[in-house]
Write a protein that binds this ligand. Sequence first.
Ligand code: ATP
Length: 237
Amino acid sequence: MGEPLLSVRQLNVSYGGIQAVKNLSLDLNPGELVSLIGANGAGKTTTLKAICGLLQPASGEVRYQGRTIKGQGAWELVSQGLVMVPEGRGIFTRMTIEENLRMGAYLRRDAEVESDIEAIYTRFPRLKERHRQLAGTLSGGEQQMLAMGRALLAKPKLLLLDEPSMGLAPIMVEQIFQVVQEVAQQGVTVLLVEQNAHRALELADRAYVLDSGEMVLSGPAADLLRDPQVQAAYLGA
Ligand code: ATP
């Protein structure tokens, strides 16, 4: 196999005196869907923020497309295809749905933006029906779809998803996971952080398990699903 698309080595991230991520290493190969699971406060969000340039690590290395990420702002990384959908979605509630989508394409200068917006509307018909409505009026599930649509308009090579199913009704959760799977099948590399460990392992090729800031287990997702230790700690078995 060639070089990983993302490679994290010995990452340490602290908030003042609290070390939230300790000596964390992980790899994502092009085209993989990888899940990162762990209890509340395990350090999942902190890991994603350090990867996408929103938090400065105390030490360690993040390599993306073969180059070290250091000091680049999140926008610069977005322009290189490293895109995050944050926990709580981060949509602009006082802008319309269409304006939110256009923000996703803000850094693009190619001629395909309009057809890509149409493709998002085809994928999410609810967004098309409501494209002039303020995004804050959407339901939680629709807001998550908008956040995903906006991220896809940035043409991601690597998509970091932070708890996309959080707070959603079960039917919406399934729709969101379906979209995640489709996006991955279309060739986007995905790092999925999820509380819903069962579904996250069912969807993923591989997974990592984080506990108190440390990576404690990793492997093919199907193996972790059958692992008694994982079942007892994370799958409610
Ligand atoms: P959750 O599923 O609850 O979002 P998580 O696995 O994403 O959890 P993080 O949000 O990364 O975990 O938090 C890791 C640790 O860092 C926790 O102990 C948390 O309290 C702490 N922490 C997170 N953000 C901050 C902050 N801004 N300031 C201080 N401590 C923080």
